[in-house]
Design a binder for this molecule. Structure first.
Ligand code: SIN
Length: 195
């Protein structure tokens, strides 16, 4: 499957006929909210884990030097926390463009902090997209993150901002926090740039 998913998402139009849809964000959608929304609420989804297994050719890397960003991996029994946004369906045109590097809209059940649930959408980059990188150790992921940057900025900022946002939500994510530790160590060991 092509890593540009705009056409595929438009063709599928999942939930796009509804006036309003709940969107579950688990990566940059938590902390980089550049889209209009009607309401937001911390939420979680069951059976999925957040992993830095997706390549980024367009935001935090380039096709030659892809960065690493998060996707969701099926993981029975796991709970992935994030932020849900109630958005008007028209917002998906903008979101599809932002998430075009391999992410497809998929239906998901989400649970809000008060225990109520809703069916909505999350963006998932599956193993069959061309930008997918797959598993690696947290140290290897940290090294790749530290040498990657793209039109949206440093890959390390994506990781560090996500770790901060998860902590602010009171969430623990051992995978993300271990990569954060390694990234901070690598950055601290780098010689200071002159000028
Ligand atoms: C998300 O944040 O929900 C999707 C992945 C990303 O844009 O970082």
């Amino acid at each position: 499957m092509s890593h540009n998913t705009v056409e595929e998402n438009r063709r599928r139009n999942l939930f796009g006929d509804q006036a309003e849809v709940w969107l579950f964000g688990y990566g940059s959608l938590i902390y980089l909210v550049d889209f209009p929304y009607l309401e937001s609420s911390p939420a979680s989804i069951e059976g999925w884990s957040r992993r830095f297994w997706q390549g980024s050719h367009d935001h935090r890397g380039t096709p030659d030097n892809p960065g690493r960003v998060v996707t969701l991996i099926e993981d029975p029994g796991a709970v992935c926390g994030g932020m849900a946004f109630r958005v008007e369906a028209a917002v998906f045109a903008q979101l599809d463009e932002r998430e075009k590097n391999g992410y497809l809209r998929v239906a998901t059940e989400m649970t809000f902090d008060d225990g109520t649930t809703a069916t909505g959408v999350t963006y998932l980059a599956g193993a069959d997209n061309e930008a997918y990188l797959g598993a690696a150790s947290e140290l290897e992921i940290a090294r790749q993150i530290c040498r990657s940057r793209g039109p949206s900025g440093e890959n390390s900022d994506y990781l560090l901002d996500l770790a901060i946002a998860l902590r602010e939500l009171g969430l623990r994510d051992d995978h993300v926090f271990e990569i954060e530790t390694q990234v901070n160590r690598i950055l601290a060991e780098r010689p200071a740039r002159n000028g």
